[in-house]
Design a protein around this ligand. Sequence first.
Ligand code: LIP
Length: 268
Amino acid sequence: MADRPVAEELLALALDVAAEAGDLLVRGRAGDVAAESTKSSPTDVVTALDRASEELVARRLREARPDDGILGEEGADAAGTSGVRWIVDPIDGTVNFLYNLPNWAVSIAAEIDGEVVAGVVHAPALGRTYTALRAGGAALDGRPLRVSAVDSLTMALVATGFGYTVERRTAQVAVLTRVVPRVRDIRRMGAASLDLCAVAAGTLDAYYERGLKPWDHAAGGLVATEAGAVVGGLDGAPGGEDLYVAASPAIFGPLVDLLAQDPRADRD
Ligand code: LIP
């Protein structure tokens, strides 16, 4: 277990840096934004502001804690020697940001010896900042968060997301056709970190997605867990790239059992 004073210091730094990156992005979003390059497919875009945000976050974290490691979506990658590693998504919800939709966030998590102990999901266009400390709870703008009390999958509002390749999306739609008839409804909002924070806030009852990277879920996963969500994959696996599920406790098992009915839920 990390020393809370260190974890609280890491949270304070993450909040400060996420706010500065958020200001940069809000200013940049006021102008023209265009895709600068693509990654896994023509729709998997990177903007100059993704890179500018990650450069700012990495620089400020290095200035404050030069011995820490960092892993960022746009290429920041340093091992560090302190035992602390930062996991950064400089814009989670890049397509939303590109289209000037407000559902995007700067996501910064701090690990100590491989355990995420502090997380910030800062969504300036929504005017919301989610935070969490390991064993210290989760909050939205300082107000404590708690998952919903839903007790039946048929009454659950469930979010999901899709990858960027035709093959992956085809498989994900097949899985989705099993889920839609068995839940209240589905939402696809385009930013994993904010989907996880919505589970924490009880504005979603569950979220699942295949293909998430560590930077997509590191901070939001801690927010969800600290708000009482159960997080994991199929067959007792931890949540990860194969499949990430976060849900209010009573429906986690039924949702995972439903997803497990399709072999494509956590593999190609
Ligand atoms: C996004 C995730 C989202 C997923 C998108 C994309 P990005 O992250 O937050 O859940 O469905 O395909 O991966 O690329 O905007 O940082």
